[in-house]
Design a protein around this ligand. Structure first.
Ligand code: SF4
Length: 193
């Protein structure tokens, strides 16, 4: 089947958006001496609960090998941006924490992502709602087809019940709240598989 012009437009538009994200990451990388993926690791560790801040979780989240993640983490630890702590009950589990030095960089990283979010925020709510739903469905399809290992969002989360009730078709069992389509989340720290 020949893809429609709209499908091609969306593909190339998403590529362009990814490019702008890479530029944003490289700007910080140049200033701070990180690589773009190291910035993403720092952001992830900053936002996620400690039990998810392990090399295995990072490898899965970013679709990388554990060896690649370990190399990057070693550099971040050496530069004093990350610290390690061992699980009290299972000595084989090592969690990654941000050092004070890394926390002091978060304002810069947040500022940059906020400027992208502010541009997105200039669009009207209906446009954002439709686009957000489209993107979530697209990510779900990529996840279902095995193109990505994780999709940290309501549509693929074990805590989500569908067809909950009229008006609130979704229900989050973690937060015990009914949800509308507008309230579905991407990048939720309580996501469960
Ligand atoms: S835990 Fe987070 S991702 Fe999962 S259903 Fe609730 S809000 Fe959605």
């Amino acid at each position: 089947m020949i893809p429609t012009q709209q499908s091609e437009n969306i593909y190339y538009a998403l590529e362009k958006i990814c490019q702008s994200q890479r530029i944003f990451l490289w700007e910080i990388a140049k200033i701070e001496g990180f690589s773009p993926i190291q910035i993403q690791f720092i952001e992830f560790i900053h936002k996620m609960p400690m039990d998810q801040c392990t090399v295995s979780h990072l490898a899965k989240e970013f679709d990388l090998t554990k060896a690649t993640v370990s190399d990057s983490i070693r550099v971040l630890v050496k530069k004093g941006f990350l610290e390690k702590t061992v699980d009290k009950e299972d000595k084989r589990r090592v969690y990654l924490l941000l050092s004070q030095k890394a926390k002091s960089k978060m304002a810069l990283i947040d500022d940059k992502s906020h400027s992208l979010i502010q541009i997105i925020d200039t669009f009207d709510e209906e446009q954002k709602k439709n686009f957000s739903q489209f993107l979530m469905e697209l990510i779900k399809k990529l996840y279902d087809h095995g193109y990505i290992q994780t999709a940290r969002m309501c549509l693929t989360c074990n805590n989500m019940i569908r067809n909950h009730q009229e008006g609130n078709p979704f229900y989050c069992q973690f937060a015990n709240i009914p949800m509308t389509e507008n309230q579905l989340k991407v990048n939720c720290q309580y996501y469960s598989v």
